[in-house]
Ligand binder design. Sequence first.
Ligand code: HEM
Length: 486
Amino acid sequence: MPLWPEYSVYPFSVLSRCGIKHPKPVPFLGNIFMFRQGFFKPISDIIKTHGRVCGYYLGRRPVVVVADPDMLRQVMVRDFSSFPNRMTIRFASKPMTDCLLMLRNERWKRVRSILTPSFSAAKMKEMVPLINTATDALMNNLNVYAESGEAFDIHKCFGCFTMDVIASVAFATQVDSQNNPDDPFVRHAQMFFSFSFFRPIMLFFITFPFMAAPLRRRDFLQLMLDARTSKEGVSLEHFDTANAAGELDHKNPQAPLSASDQDAWQESSARRPQKKMITEDEIVGQAFVFLLAGYETSSNTLAFTCYLLAIHPECQRKVQEEVDDFFTRHDSPNYTNVQELKYLDMVISEALRLYPPGFRFARDIDKDCVVNGQFLPKGATLEIPAGFLHYDPEHWPEPEKFIPERFTPEAKAGRHPFVYLPFGAGPRNCVGMRLAQLEIKMALVRLFRGFSIVACSETKVPLELKSSSTLGPKNGIFVKIQRRDC
Ligand code: HEM
């Protein structure tokens, strides 16, 4: 242990020794004061000042920020076996430490192999009726606001909607948080989110038995419980939800995973089927991850998309034309038919570019290594600044503008795939991506069939953002809503 004055500054030479530029740290605290108002802008400023490979100190922890798409492809896909872990959070407690976001190495691999089949296309089809029920409540709610003619916070409505989806998809519990905010599930979940991430939350799970009666079907918890006894899970090459081997979209030019990428990570232990065992603590951890990773991210995306369409009425009209045409062919949305909504997909993609809820994520550097000529020191954290990349003028002309046409197949084919990372990339990417896209599209297709969203004097342009954990609206998103048939 170094002496006290030394202790206060001794880690602060790591980055300089590796030639990584960074703002000047203060003893003990590093650069933490730069992030008092959130991370989004300060991280971009650090990159602009110090270059595409730069750094900062989060307390005494050195962080290497990598804003070079070729290097990121190397870290997230080609050299995945050297960077399988996300940053450790020192004061985290159960069940957070058992959830997929935080698990490390072999434990992560085992649990992800068990969890991945719960998000397959076949399982998503089973979720459709549940999402439709939550959307019914959303539509009723919006109708009340349409009749009132008043401005309202649409972000709050979507928060209730995604809570309903999670409650029914993950917990087999029917809660109608949109009409019954006093439901214990809703109260405890929201209580958790209104406090710090580091608060003990067992209360939430203790409340479990008193919640609404479980529905009789194979929900996510049941899938986990079944996994305790079955023999095999899927192996690493099936983990990447954007490119899962079984469902690989060979026509997708955006696919970040080439054949050589796949070979690279199949070489390690990946070929071995995973031994499938899950403890009860781990099951609780995975149930918890739905809330941690799926609640805010999805509701923020829905709210951001509606905000952008409110201030770009010409794009909203195009969405409505597509939606009207959709309903000449279908009675209701499902997993297969929402794929026809090409323009809506472009709009959501562009909303996720401008406002990515997961605007920064990380990989631990577990051993000294060199990536594309850059030395990376063991013990540091590598940060992937998706928020910065999404606005990089080298790849996105007029980056501040909302232009859904950036996501036509041709435009995507002409762009480096690692400058757009709303769901991350490689085997550690977002396991819930399909569920998120499904619930977002199912809600929006019905919303824009029935309503138009209108900007009003209460709509803040530009939007005020918070970015301490996920990127979200700071004070809600206020708009008006009109029924289309009147
Ligand atoms: C629009 C909504 C969502 C966005 C933008 C989003 C974004 C992300 C991002 C950026 C990551 C990190 C990826 C990486 O490190 O490469 C992630 C991981 C994750 N997400 Fe999502 N997510 C969304 C919805 C969901 C939903 C609905 C779930 C449902 C359970 C979910 C579960 C997870 C989990 C478990 C991980 C960690 C995966 C692992 O470590 O193996 N996400 N997400």
